[in-house]
Design a protein around this ligand. Structure first.
Ligand code: NAD
Ligand code: DAU
Length: 353
C-alpha cells in the first residue's frame, strides 16, 4: 500500500512524511516542486528508505502527476503543496493563484481520472485529502465564537482567498463527480522545520542573531497555535476515519496574542541560551508597520474532530513551544543553511535594512 503526499519537503509535509514512515509500514510517494520553502534536508533521515520515493514535480503538471499515479497506484493523495506565507502573497499573489488554485485544480483532474479507472474495491477505498487553513473563515472579533465548520468563508488575503478557492474546488469535485474527498482546516502550526519567515522561527532566529524581533502593529492579534505533530496526527485520523465530503477544523484551543508568544519565546531562550550581556531577549522586541489587511483573531472550535473522530492533541502550548525552541537550538546548522541566499533578499524586501 502507498500514499502520495504533495508538498512533503515543506514544514508540515516533511513532518507528516517523517512521522508516517516512523509509525507504519506503508510507502510514501513524496511530490514536491522544491520552491524556496521545500527542503530535502528535512527528509535526510528517510531519503535512503525504500518506502520513500521523492519526485520533484509541480502539482500543476498534470501529465507528470498522472505518470506517478499510474506507476505507484496510491490508495490516497494528501495535498499539502501550497504557497503558504501571507506576507509573500501580499507582495506577489500570482504564485499563490498558480499553485493553490490552478495547481490544486490540475491535481484534482489527475486524481479524478486515476480514481475513475480504478477497480471497484480500490475505488471505494481511495481518498483525496486536502490540507487547508482556518484563514479561509476570515477574522474574528474578541467576542466572536471560534470558527466552526459551518462558518461562512470570508478570506481576506490573497493567500487565504487562494486556499478558499482550492477548498471550493475540492468540494465541487465531491459533489459533481463523487471524488472521495476530505478537507482539514487547521490553525497556526509551529515546531521543527518551520521556515524562519514565519513568526515563531523568525523570532528564535533573530533573537539568537542579536537582531530585532519584529512585531506587526500592536502585537495584540490572536492566533490559535498547534504543535505540528498534532496536526499530522489529526490528518492521519481524518484520512482513516473521516466521513467523505466532510471538512474538519483542527486546533488545540491555544489562543495567544503575538506579543505574548514572542515574550514566551524570549523567556525560554533566556533560560536555555542566555545572552552574554545578561539582558533578556525581550529587549530586542521591536514594533514595526502592520501587515496590510491583518486579520485580528483566529480561533478554532475543534469539537467536531474531537467528538466524531476521537482526536486530541498530545502537546500543550507550553510543552510544544519548549520542544520547538530546543529543536532550533540543536539544529542551528539547518537554520543557517536555509537563511542564506534567497532568504536574505526576502528579509530585505519585507523588513528593510
Ligand atoms: P510550506 O510553505 O512550508 O511548504 C509548502 C511545500 O509545498 C514546499 O515544500 C514547496 O516546495 C511545496 N510546493 C509549493 N508549490 C508547489 C507546487 N506547485 N507543486 C509541488 N510542490 C509545491 O507550507 P506549510 O506551512 O508546510 O503548509 C503546508 C500546507 O498546510 C499548505 O497547504 C498550507 O496552506 C496548510 N496549512 C499551513 C498552516 C501553517 O501554520 N503553516 C496551518 C494550516 C494549514
Ligand atoms: O492560521 C493558519 C495559517 O497560519 C496558515 O494557513 C499559514 O500558512 C501560516 O503561514 C500562518 O499564517 P499567519 O499569517 O498567521 O502566520 P505568520 O507566522 O506569518 O504570522 C503569525 C502572526 O504574527 C500574524 O498575526 C502576523 C504576525 N507577525 C508575523 C511576522 C512574520 C509579526 O508580528 N511579525 C512578523 O515578522
Amino acid at each position: 500500500m502507498t500514499i502520495l503526499v504533495t508538498g512533503g519537503a515543506g514544514f508540515i509535509g516533511s513532518n507528516f512524511v517523517l512521522d508516517w514512515l516512523a509509525e507504519n509500514n506503508e510507502a510514501v510517494i513524496n511530490v514536491d516542486k522544491l520552491t524556496y520553502a521545500g527542503n530535502l534536508q528535512n527528509l535526510e533521515g528517510v531519503m535512503a528508505s525504500n518506502r520513500h520515493v521523492f519526485a520533484r514535480v509541480d502539482i500543476g503538471d498534470g501529465a507528470a502527476i498522472a505518470d506517478l499515479l499510474t506507476t505507484h497506484r496510491p490508495r490516497a493523495i494528501l495535498n499539502f503543496a501550497a504557497e503558504s506565507h501571507v506576507d509573500r502573497s501580499i507582495h506577489g499573489p500570482a504564485a499563490f493563484i498558480e499553485t493553490n488554485v490552478v495547481g490544486t485544480f490540475r491535481l484534482l483532474e489527475a486524481a479524478r481520472k486515476y480514481w475513475s479507472e480504478l477497480e471497484e474495491t480500490e475505488r471505494q477505498q481511495f481518498r483525496f485529502l486536502h490540507v487547508s487553513t482556518d484563514e479561509v473563515y476570515g477574522s474574528l472579533s474578541a467576542t466572536d465564537e471560534p470558527f466552526r465548520e459551518t462558518n461562512r468563508y470570508e478570506p481576506n488575503s490573497p493567500y487565504s482567498a487562494s486556499k478558499a478557492s482550492s477548498d471550493h474546488l475540492v468540494r465541487a469535485y465531491h459533489h459533481t463527480y463523487g471524488l472521495p474527498v476530505l478537507t482539514t482546516n487547521c490553525s497556526n502550526n509551529y515546531g521543527p522545520y518551520h521556515f524562519p519567515e514565519k513568526l515563531i522561527p523568525l523570532c528564535i532566529h533573530n533573537a539568537l542573531a542579536g537582531k530585532p524581533l519584529p512585531i506587526y502593529g500592536d502585537g495584540q492579534q490572536i492566533r490559535d497555535w498547534l504543535y505540528v505533530k498534532d496536526h499530522c496526527s489529526a490528518i492521519r485520523r481524518v484520512l482513516e476515519q473521516g466521513r467523505l465530503g466532510e471538512t474538519y477544523n483542527v486546533g488545540g484551543w491555544n489562543e495567544k496574542a503575538n506579543l505574548d508568544v514572542v515574550k514566551t519565546l524570549c523567556a525560554i531562550l533566556d533560560e536555555l541560551s542566555p545572552r552574554k550581556d545578561g539582558a533578556s531577549y525581550s529587549s530586542q522586541i521591536t514594533f514595526v508597520k502592520d501587515r496590510p489587511g491583518h486579520d485580528r483573531r483566529y480561533a478554532i472550535d475543534a469539537r467536531k474532530i474531537e467528538q466524531e473522530l476521537g482526536w486530541k492533541p498530545a502537546e500543550t502550548f507550553e510543552s510544544g513551544i519548549r520542544k520547538t525552541v530546543e529543536w532550533y537550538l540543536s539544529h542551528q546548522e539547518w537554520v543557517s543553511n536555509v537563511t542564506s541566499g534567497a532568504y536574505q533578499s526576502w528579509v530585505g524586501q519585507q523588513y528593510g535594512a
